[in-house]
Design a protein around this ligand. Structure first.
Ligand SMILES: Cc1ncc(COP(=O)(O)O)c(C=O)c1O
Length: 403
């Protein structure tokens, strides 16, 4: 038995009281919550989502340094962390703004005083328009993307009716075929419509090539991405030749963070996952080799071994409700010779083929995160750990905000 991984009974009862917390109270959602007494990591109630703060801060600094002094800035995407405490740190380290996926994420960030914000998905209903306009009145720097002429008319009517000027970014289809107007003439027409619409200001364009973020191998990724972005830049040129100002060319993500910097005309990167660095990203390879290790894995789930019905396996209390993944299952962070497989909604099964350390019922294990964004969305709190000590909880205030 590894005593360091085992909770002491007395303190673990305390831990349940503190960290198995009830839903967050209003006013608590946006700031760090200090624990009355710092806790040992191994005493947390599980499954618990834990941020290794030393690694997270290293990632913040690496990204800041990568973009320092260049023509391209950072507009980190908060869809990854949904956490105002982290967004604040990103802004403090020089980010030009924060990207959010949906109106509801923007609402949470505005409540927390996080600005300026860009909403990176278009809206299509009256209800969302009403929420957008309400929010834009509170946060005049709020911007949103558009990819349809009818949407431009709706945004314009709404903004004029409430007497605001709304910043609008034309969303270009950079090949994902997910959102965005076609490159070329259609994009120019849309940009012209935004620029000429009452109540709207043309800010620039968004070109997010999500399908290229996880291309395996840095050279292949760079080549495909550079080709796509040069097509995007042709359209940007055409919009400018039509006499329109394009102040912002935004897009990109963690997989292309060091390629976006090289793209002439790109004003900012929307990298999000770098803050946590999940397994899916580590596996794509970096400039230096088969592991993309420019950023540290700073997020993990702490789980407890709760049962051992058969030899050679042990069951932990973290299953589909503890991890969201579209590819591989989680991995053991500290112990080799053990593989995790999902054992249902609440359980995971560790196959103990040749464990480098024994695992007994009652022990805690740290599991890696296959895909960070949807996993974070399963938790109310991030336990901020330095080494093996937890002294703060960071609310994931945007958790469940996918509207
Ligand atoms: C529009 C947009 N921008 C940026 C990102 C951030 O990308 P990543 O998490 O890969 O850094 C995403 C992620 O899905 C996105 O949808």
């Amino acid at each position: 038995m590894s005593i360091s991984r085992r909770a002491f009974l007395g303190s673990s009862i305390g831990a349940v009281a503190i960290t198995g917390a009830a839903p967050l109270q209003a006013g608590q959602r946006h700031r760090r919550i200090p624990l009355p007494d710092p806790m040992r990591l191994w005493d947390l109630a599980t499954p618990a989502l834990v941020a290794d703060v030393d690694h997270l801060e290293a990632n913040l600094r690496t990204m800041r340094d990568a973009y320092a002094g260049g023509a391209t800035s950072l507009r980190p995407h908060a869809k990854t962390h949904k956490c105002p405490v982290i967004a604040r740190q990103q802004l403090d380290l020089g980010a030009v703004g924060i990207a959010v996926a949906k109106i509801s994420e923007a609402e949470v960030m505005v409540e927390a005083g996080i600005e300026p914000l860009l909403i990176t998905s278009p809206i299509a209903t009256r209800g969302k328009l009403a929420r957008l306009l309400g929010l834009a009145r509170q946060a005049p720097t709020l911007q949103i993307v558009t990819d349809r002429l009818q949407n431009v008319r709706d945004l314009s009517d709404g903004a004029s009716a409430v007497g605001i000027t709304l910043g609008v970014v034309v969303d270009l289809n950079a090949g994902d075929d997910r959102t965005g107007i076609a490159l070329g003439d259609q994009a120019v027409t849309l940009a012209r419509a935004v620029a000429g619409a009452d109540g709207l200001e043309l800010v620039g364009v968004q070109a997010y090539a999500g399908r290229l973020q996880h291309v395996v191998g840095w050279e292949a990724r760079r080549q495909q991405y550079t080709e796509t972005m040069s097509e995007v830049m042709e359209t940007v040129g055409a919009i400018r030749r039509a006499g329109l100002d394009v102040h912002v060319v935004t897009g990109g993500g963690t997989g292309t963070y060091d390629i976006d910097r090289e793209i002439d005309g790109m004003t900012d990167s929307q990298a999000g996952s770098y803050i946590f660095m999940d397994d899916n990203y580590r596996d794509i390879g970096g400039r230096g080799g088969p592991v993309f290790d420019d950023f540290e894995p700073s997020l993990y789930v702490l789980a407890t071994a709760i049962s051992q019905p058969v030899d050679g396996r042990i069951t932990v209390d973290a299953g589909y409700k503890a991890f969201a993944t579209d590819k591989e299952p989680p991995r053991l962070r500290d112990i080799e010779g053990v593989t995790y497989r999902f054992g249902g909604d609440e359980h995971g099964i560790l196959e103990l083929s040749s464990p480098s350390e024994p695992i007994a019922v009652g022990d805690k294990v740290r599991l890696t995160i296959p895909h960070c964004d949807p996993t974070v969305n399963l938790y109310d709190h991030l336990h901020a750990a330095r080494g093996e000590q937890v002294s703060e909880v960071w609310p994931i205030a945007g958790r469940g905000r996918s509207q």
